[in-house]
Ligand binder design. Structure first.
Ligand code: PAN
Ligand code: ZN
Length: 195
């Protein structure tokens, strides 16, 4: 898709983006994400009861030649599978040179990042903050709140989103509900897989 080269303004809401031309919307339900959760028994049990919406994404992928900004929004529902909070699948940007900016609009969460050598970082996501995602780090958003988490995203167009590496490696940390709130713990299933 391409944005016409005209100025515009729209409200910073999912609804406004949803009605904006050239924006692609997609939804991920628990059934689409079942293999991503660490507690597969809890995941299958939850799915028997319901197939909730885990997150929605609106993307304006600006592929016109010479253009250098794409943007979108993500809304992550509150919820857990076992003790693990709902999250986005997470991905690398292939090529590792496409940085990204997240602007947190609503809710609270944790941004998990890691590079292919296994270095991992955990960053809080709070309303009115921005989070910077370096292009070489995989990123996943975890909603640790009891309300939805909404963030606006800006990235360079024509990035290839690499989900396959995450499917092979997992993330080094899991974010679980603990006795004193959310806690990031080592993921026993994480392994570094060479390219
Ligand atoms: C975001 C993500 C969005 C959904 O726009 O694509 O939050 O997460 P997954 O793509 O991991 O399912 C982004 O990081 N774009 O590059
Ligand atoms: Zn990204």
């Amino acid at each position: 898709m391409a944005l016409p080269l005209i100025p515009f303004n729209i409200p910073l809401t999912p609804e406004a983006l949803n009605s904006f031309h050239a924006v692609k919307a997609s939804q991920r339900r628990l059934g689409d994400l079942i293999h991503y959760y660490s507690d597969s028994i809890a995941a299958k049990e939850s799915l028997k009861a319901d197939n909730p919406l885990v997150y929605e994404v609106w993307e304006m992928e600006n592929e016109a030649p010479g253009r250098c900004l794409s943007f979108g929004m993500t809304r992550v529902s509150p919820g857990k599978v076992g003790r693990e909070y709902f999250f986005t699948r997470g991905h690398f940007h292939a090529g590792e040179d496409g940085d990204e900016l997240y602007v947190i609009l609503k809710g609270r969460g944790v941004l998990l990042l890691f590079s292919k050598d296994g270095h991992c970082e955990t960053i809080d996501m709070l309303p009115d903050q921005i989070c910077y995602v370096p292009g070489h780090m995989a990123h996943r958003v975890v909603n640790t709140d009891s309300k939805e988490l909404v963030f606006f995203t800006v990235w360079p167009p024509r990035i290839v989103h690499d989900y396959a590496t995450i499917t092979k490696m997992g993330f080094p940390k899991l974010v679980l509900a603990g006795q004193n709130g959310p806690e990031a713990v080592d993921n026993p299933a994480f392994s570094i897989v060479p390219d």
